[in-house]
Design a protein around this ligand. Sequence first.
Ligand SMILES: Cc1cc2nc3c(=O)[nH]c(=O)nc-3n(C[C@H](O)[C@H](O)[C@H](O)COP(=O)(O)OP(=O)(O)OC[C@H]3O[C@@H](n4cnc5c(N)ncnc54)[C@H](O)[C@@H]3O)c2cc1C
Length: 399
Amino acid sequence: MGEDFEHIVIGAGISGLGMAHCSVKRGVSTLVLEEGNRVGGCMNTWTFPDCDDFWTEAGSHTCFNSYGNLLGILKDLGLMERLTGKGKLHYRLWRNNESRSIFSSLHPWELIRSLPHLFSGTKADRSVAEFFGAGLGRRNYRDLFGPAFRAVVCQEADDFPADLLFRRKPKQKEVMRSFTFPGGLSDIPRAIARQDALEVRTGQRVSGVVRVSDGYQVRTAAGEVLRSRSLSLAVPPDAAAALLPEGLEELRDLVGGIGISEIETVVVCVPATALAHLLPLAGLISVDDAFYSMVSRDYLPDDRYRGFAFHFRPRKLDADARIERICRALGITPDRIAGLFRVSNKLPALRAGHSELVRKIDTLLAGDRLAITGNWFLGVSIEDCLTRSYQECRRLFPG
Ligand SMILES: Cc1cc2nc3c(=O)[nH]c(=O)nc-3n(C[C@H](O)[C@H](O)[C@H](O)COP(=O)(O)OP(=O)(O)OC[C@H]3O[C@@H](n4cnc5c(N)ncnc54)[C@H](O)[C@@H]3O)c2cc1C
C-alpha cells in the first residue's frame, strides 16, 4: 500500500515548483518529489562557508521585469519587498587570452546593411545561425553575436531555434528592470517550497511510473510507492523519457530524442583586495576559450569578496587546467582563490523546428491526467519554464 495524493510533481526546479504553486492555489493537494538534497535545480546560489557566507550564483543569475508569472508568484508569497536591483555593468569579450570591449568586435557597416533582415524576416523554423547571421551580418555573427548567444544558452547555439532564444514578454515597468534577492535567486525556490499548503520531499529520486485505473503509481529509488490522480513530470527530457509509463511509447520516443547539453561550472570566490586590477564587470563572453562564459557577482558589490562562475564545455579540460584558465582570465595566481565549488548543469539542446515537436507532444498529452513541463518547451528562461507550467496546470486543473 502507498500514500495517496491528488497531484504529484516530480522535480523541484522552478518548473516543478511553479506547477506545484499553481496547483495548490487551485486547492489541489500536491506533493513534490526531488532527487537532490535541495530545491531549485538550475537556480543554485552557492554560499562559501569559508568566505563569511559570501554567495555567488552557480546557475541562473538574473530575473527581469518581463517575468510576469514569476512576479505573480513573488506577489503571492509577499516577496516583492525583497527584490534587489542589480548594478549596471557590462559584459566583455574574452578572445586570444585578452579581455576586450564588445564594440571592438562589431562590424558597424555590416550591421546597418543587415538589420532590415532582422525586422522583416520570420524566426519560425529557422536556426539562430540562419536568422541572426542574416539579420546582424555574417562577420558580426562570427565575431560577436554567435559567441554571445552561445554564452546565453551555454552550448553551441548555431542550430538552436531562433524563435526560442529570446521570446518577447511584456514588461512591468513599475518593477525594477532586472533583479536578484538578498540571498541570491535560490531565495525564490526555497520560498515557494516553504509554503504551508505544499509538501516537498528532497532526496527522493523517482525511479518508475506506472499508469493505474484511477491515475498514476510512482515508485522512488528507496522503494516507496505513492499514488496520485494527476502527475506532472518537471525533469530534464532524458529523465522524463525514462519515467514515461508503458502505453506512452510514442511520447517517450519524441521526448527521448531531445538532446542535452552538459555544462561544467566552476564557481570561485576571491578576496576583493586580490582583484584591484580588475574593474567590476558583468562577465566575460568567451570567443575561443574552453568556457562559454563567466558571470560575475559584481552586480551586488561586497567589500570583502568577489565571485565568478565559469561555465565550461564538458570534457575539454581537466580540473587543474580549468583553474589555470580561470586564473588567467582573472589575472590572479591559484593561491588567491579563497573558495571553490564545482557543479554540473544541464540544459536542453533544442533544434530548429522544436515548436512542431512540442505540438506533437501536446497532442499526445491531450485528455490525459499527465502533464509535462520544463525548460524544453517554450525556451530555457525561468519565465519560459513558468509559462509552460502554468499552461499545463490550467489543462490539468481548469477553473
Ligand atoms: C548556467 C546557467 C545560467 C542560467 N541563467 C539564467 C538566467 O540568468 N535567467 C534565466 O531566466 N534563466 C537562466 N538559466 C535557465 C534557467 O535557470 C533554467 O532553464 C531553469 O531553472 C530550469 O528549471 P527546470 O525546473 O525546468 O529544470 P531543472 O532546474 O533542471 O530542475 C529539474 C529538477 O528535477 C530533478 N530531477 C531529475 N530527475 C529526477 C527524478 N528521477 N526524480 C526526482 N527529481 C528529479 C533534478 O534534480 C532537478 O532539481 C540558466 C541556466 C544555467 C544552467
